[in-house]
Design a binder for this molecule. Structure first.
Ligand SMILES: Cc1cc2nc3c(=O)[nH]c(=O)nc-3n(C[C@H](O)[C@H](O)[C@H](O)COP(=O)(O)OP(=O)(O)OC[C@H]3O[C@@H](n4cnc5c(N)ncnc54)[C@H](O)[C@@H]3O)c2cc1C
Length: 437
């Protein structure tokens, strides 16, 4: 930016998980405008999928909902869901941004969110939000608490789009909001700074053949287990096996699935799995009082206020059996899932015939983050995490002036660290805008 031009007092935030929402609220509450772009139809990110949070066991949705509602209603936040950044030109202080809003095939101005369309739609597919454990309709919202509470039509699952007949949603919609002929629209705006808050994925089970490669129904990943524990999940909070709906009496949790294994998988530690595995084992014991939980671990990493005490609680008060060692193989046998491993403390081989196995896969960057980083000319590391120009002293600033980083798009973090990182990014952006840099 040339010295004479003032920066545009508007900020683009990409990604509306807890990081993007926190940064947006901080900036919007200080009086600046925010354009918040979210790829999915509604906001909240991964936190919306969690049941309860460690170490307090607060209900995740209860903490999150006031924030999502505030973001949705804030006069300084232009919320663009089901949208993606197409291009960015310009430089710090004055970026020109083009955003694509995907066709929802529903006129969101007319839609009241009554849900009748979803009730009447005859087409069912596995629900991504439920990690495939439940189903959704072809016309859907991600969850009942979705903000905005407006549905989208999945063309690939819609009978009308695929076969030219049905139109049930149109027939029943009381406000005439269904718009099959809707097309993508584009929004162009100018912003002074950009915050990238695109979050994380889990390493896919298909990459873990030693744990069944995603082919054994009763071997699920940790996010799927969060959905089983959630009141808004596919089983309304009851822990039931995906294969036959029975209550599992023995559950094995496997930490470091694909983490800290540079030879076969990924080298990094995902930092939060020790904590959430303990949480999940405790919550399982609260749901199934006569159930037994086992946790395989390499070592316990629990630095955080009250975190170590939480692990002790799992071990001592909740009778979770901790086994120090790696699992070598997991396979299905006679309706159960056999886990073979070593307990390196006792020097014994271990064989557990479990009802359910929950793996804690490595946290990995989302593929879209790399695409966005390439578009913006921002550095990523070998794994694909966004990288700060000065990770020690300024972990929220990228190597491109005017582009800032927030939350787990940079690497594994728990919620408190994510929120602190996002607020730090927001503070840095506002300081720059205020100084006219
Ligand atoms: C099983 C499990 C249990 C956990 N339990 C706890 C817990 O109990 N306590 C705790 O503190 N932490 C817990 N965590 C960690 C917690 O989920 C994260 O710290 C937090 O959700 C990170 O938020 P985020 O905003 O950085 O990322 P995300 O929640 O991933 O949000 C990123 C958002 O960006 C959007 N996005 C991505 N790419 C684009 C793009 N190109 N354009 C537009 N939008 C985009 C995504 O759709 C998403 O909405 C758990 C994690 C797991 C896996």
């Amino acid at each position: 930016m040339t010295g004479q031009t003032k920066p545009v007092p508007r900020v683009l935030v990409v990604g509306a998980g807890i990081a993007g929402m926190q940064a947006s609220l901080d900036i919007a509450n200080a009086g600046y405008e925010v354009v918040l772009v979210e790829r999915l139809p509604s906001i909240g990110g991964r936190m919306a999928q969690l049941s309860e949070t460690f170490p307090t066991l607060d209900c995740s949705q209860c903490i999150l909902t006031p924030r999502t509602v505030e973001v949705g209603r804030h006069p300084n936040i232009q919320l663009l869901t089901y949208s993606e950044v197409e291009s960015v030109t310009g430089e710090a202080g004055r970026f020109q941004v083009r955003i694509r809003h995907h066709a929802a095939y529903v006129d969101w101005e007319k839609c009241t969110g009554c849900g009748l369309c979803q009730e009447k739609c005859p087409s069912k597919v596995p629900a991504e939000f439920q990690r495939g454990l439940g189903t959704r309709k072809a016309i859907y919202t991600l969850s009942p608490q979705a903000v905005p509470n407006k549905p989208v039509i999945d063309r690939d699952a819609c009978i009308y789009f695929q076969k030219g007949r049905c139109r049930a949603c149109e027939k029943f919609c009381p406000t005439g909001a269904i718009a099959y002929d809707q097309t993508d629209t584009f929004i162009e705006t100018e912003v002074g700074a950009i915050i990238l808050a695109t979050g994380y994925n889990l390493y896919g089970q298909e990459n873990l053949p030693e744990y069944g490669g995603g082919k054994i129904p009763d071997v699920i990943d940790a996010l799927a287990f969060e959905r089983l524990l959630s009141a808004s999940g596919p089983t309304a909070g009851k822990v039931l096996r995906p294969s036959d709906g029975r209550e599992p009496k023995e559950v094995v949790f496997i930490q470091c699935a694909g983490s800290r294994e540079p030879a076969r998988h990924l080298p990094h530690c995902s930092k939060i799995c020790c904590m959430y595995s303990a949480k999940q084992a405790i919550l399982y014991r609260h749901r199934v009082h006569d159930g037994q939980a086992y946790i395989f671990y390499i070592d316990i990493r629990s630095p955080g206020k009250g975190y170590d005490e939480f692990i002790q609680r799992a071990m001592e008060k909740e009778d979770v059996v901790y086994l120090r060692g790696k699992v070598s193989r997991v396979f299905a046998e006679n309706g159960r899932v056999v886990v073979l491993g070593a307990d390196t403390l006792s020097g014994q081989q271990v064989r557990i015939a479990a009802d359910l196995v929950v793996v804690a896969p490595a946290m990995v960057p989302r593929p879209e983050t790399r695409r966005l980083a390439e578009m913006l000319g921002v550095a990523v590391d070998a794994t694909g995490w966004l990288t700060a120009a000065n990770g020690e002293l300024c972990p929220m600033e990228s190597d491109r002036p005017g582009v800032f980083l927030a939350g787990t798009a940079v690497g594994p973090m728990d919620i408190p660290e994510t929120v602190a990182h996002a607020s730090a990014a927001a503070a840095r952006v506002m300081a720059r805008l205020r100084r006219g840099e």
